[in-house]
Every structure is written in structure tokens, then in C-alpha cells.
Design a protein around this ligand. Structure first.
Ligand code: MF3
Ligand code: CO
Ligand code: CO
Length: 263
């Protein structure tokens, strides 16, 4: 059992879902300011996805126990799956907003880091290096690359900066199902693991900690935090493997990487 190869018809639907997820991240940026609560950000995204895009926010009621909100908001030492709450963002906070939109039965999944006011130099560096990790992984995606190749370039870059890679959570195949095969881990050895083929869709979503790699889940069963309370950053894209490279289905205009890479 490996990754599902998408048909042309499915690829068209994945492009639409991916674009919608990207547009939510574009839309929410101006709202991520000092004093806003993550629950207010959740409501804005939920209403936009449902009322403007005619989509479904995939996180809402997902999993066991059901995730209670429509986006994930992971602030500072929260690694991922942060639950929007009435807590206000404050100056210097860093926050990952993770959006997954279902449209016409297909999923687009993407996340981005936002900063509130002026973050510390350490936070800024962590955010930048984590995005570079995502981009380094994306840049080698093409038929013949292995999942181990992707994990390896990400791990190398993070560890060269003395950061650590979270191992308990990973990227994933995506399509009509939110999380499908394969698991895309963000560490590994070149030449190992599943070999990529044109038509595969999956996410890369490295979670990088400024301190140790260890994580723990809070009693709410969802929120994942760094054990040592060090800062953590994450960026995510949904990708399509093409005949000669990769198409970033959740690409935004504010990025330095092109939407389509051909080798
Ligand atoms: N969007 C997350 C991912 O990248 C998954 C969130 S599951 C939720 O895979 F239930 F927390 F929303
Ligand atoms: Co994902
Ligand atoms: Co996501």
C-alpha cells in the first residue's frame, strides 16, 4: 500500500481546494494583530470558508475527540493543533495558522507563520529557517525522489542551525481523504522510503523547535507543545508531483518559491 495516484479530474479538484486554502491564509493576515483572540481568527476563517468559498473547514469535528474549531492556531511553544480560544495575541507572539478547506470532496491543506508586532531575533530566525526547510523539501520533489530524500534535506538544514525536528507528527498524502498514505516525515536518509510518481499529492509540513525535539499533548487531547517550552515553527504546503517536478497547489503570491518547478 502506497500513495494514491490522482486522475486528471481529481487533480483539477485538488487545484481548486488548494487555491482556496491559500486564499484563506492571504485573507487572515491583516487580522493577526495584538489584542485579537485566536477564536476571533477562527470565526473569520470559518465564515470566509463557508460563506464566501462555499467550502467546508476540514478540522471542525475531525478526529477523536472531535477537534472543536475550524482552523488550528499554534502560538509560541505550541507545535501544532492549537485550539482557537479567547486568549488574546500579544506583542512578540508567533502564531501558525493551519487551514484545510474541503471543496467538491477534495482537500487543500496549508499553514503559515504570522508574527504579532516585533518578534525576537530568535523567533524571526526560527520562522525563516523553518520556511527554508519546507522550500528545500519542495525543491527536490519530482518522480524518482524518495520520501527519505525529502526528510534528509529538511533535517540537514534544521540541524545545521541547531534546531530540532519534531518526529511525532508528519506530512501526509491528501485528496478525497484529509490524511492518507504515505506519511511524510521530516527527517531521514537519502534513497530510503517510498519513491515519488507523477500524480501523487501530499503535504510537507515541517515542525521545527528552537530547543529539544520532544513534544507532549495537553489534557485537551489536541494541543501539542514543546516539552521544554521552547519556541516552535511550522509551514505547510499541499503538493502535486508532476512529470518533471512539482506544482505547489497551495501557493501564495507572497512567496519566494515559484508555484511550478520543472527539472
Ligand atoms: N491541518 C493539520 C495537518 O496539517 C491537521 C489538523 S487536524 C485537526 O495535517 F483536527 F487538528 F484540525
Ligand atoms: Co497537513
Ligand atoms: Co495543515
Amino acid at each position: 500500500m502506497g500513495a494514491i495516484i490522482k486522475t486528471q479530474d481529481e487533480i483539477i479538484k485538488m487545484r481548486v481546494a488548494g487555491k482556496l486554502a491559500a486564499e484563506v491564509l492571504d485573507m487572515i493576515g491583516e487580522h493577526v494583530v495584538k489584542g485579537v483572540t485566536t477564536d476571533e481568527l477562527n470565526t473569520i476563517c470559518h465564515d470566509y470558508i463557508v460563506d464566501v468559498q462555499g467550502g467546508i473547514p476540514a478540522p471542525l469535528n475531525y478526529g477523536h475527540p472531535p477537534f472543536p474549531k475550524s482552523i488550528c492556531t499554534s502560538v509560541n511553544h505550541v507545535i501544532c493543533h492549537g485550539i482557537p480560544s479567547d486568549k488574546k495575541l500579544k506583542d512578540g507572539d508567533i502564531v501558525n495558522i493551519d487551514v484545510t478547506v474541503i471543496k467538491d470532496g477534495y482537500h487543500g491543506d496549508s499553514s503559515k507563520m504570522f508574527v504579532v508586532g516585533k518578534p525576537s531575533i530568535l523567533a524571526e530566525r526560527l520562522i525563516k529557517v523553518t520556511q527554508e526547510c519546507l522550500y528545500k523539501g519542495i525543491e527536490i520533489v519530482k518522480p524518482g525522489t524518495t520520501l527519505g530524500d525529502i526528510g534528509h534535506v529538511i533535517q540537514q538544514h534544521a540541524e545545521a542551525h541547531n534546531y530540532s525536528i519534531v518526529r511525532e507528527f508528519c506530512g501526509h498524502g491528501i485528496g478525497a481523504t484529509f490524511h492518507e498514505e504515505p506519511q511524510v516525515v521530516h527527517y531521514g536518509r537519502p534513497g530510503t522510503g517510498e519513491v515519488l510518481e507523477a500524480g501523487m499529492c501530499f503535504t510537507i509540513e515541517p515542525m521545527i523547535n528552537a530547543g529539544k525535539r520532544n513534544s507532549k499533548i495537553l489534557p485537551d487531547h489536541w494541543t501539542v507543545v514543546t516539552k521544554d517550552r521552547s519556541l516552535s515553527a511550522q509551514w505547510e504546503h499541499t503538493l502535486l508531483v508532476t512529470e518533471n517536478g512539482v506544482e505547489i497547489l497551495t501557493h501564495r503570491e507572497d512567496e519566494t518559491i515559484p508555484k511550478i518547478i520543472e527539472h
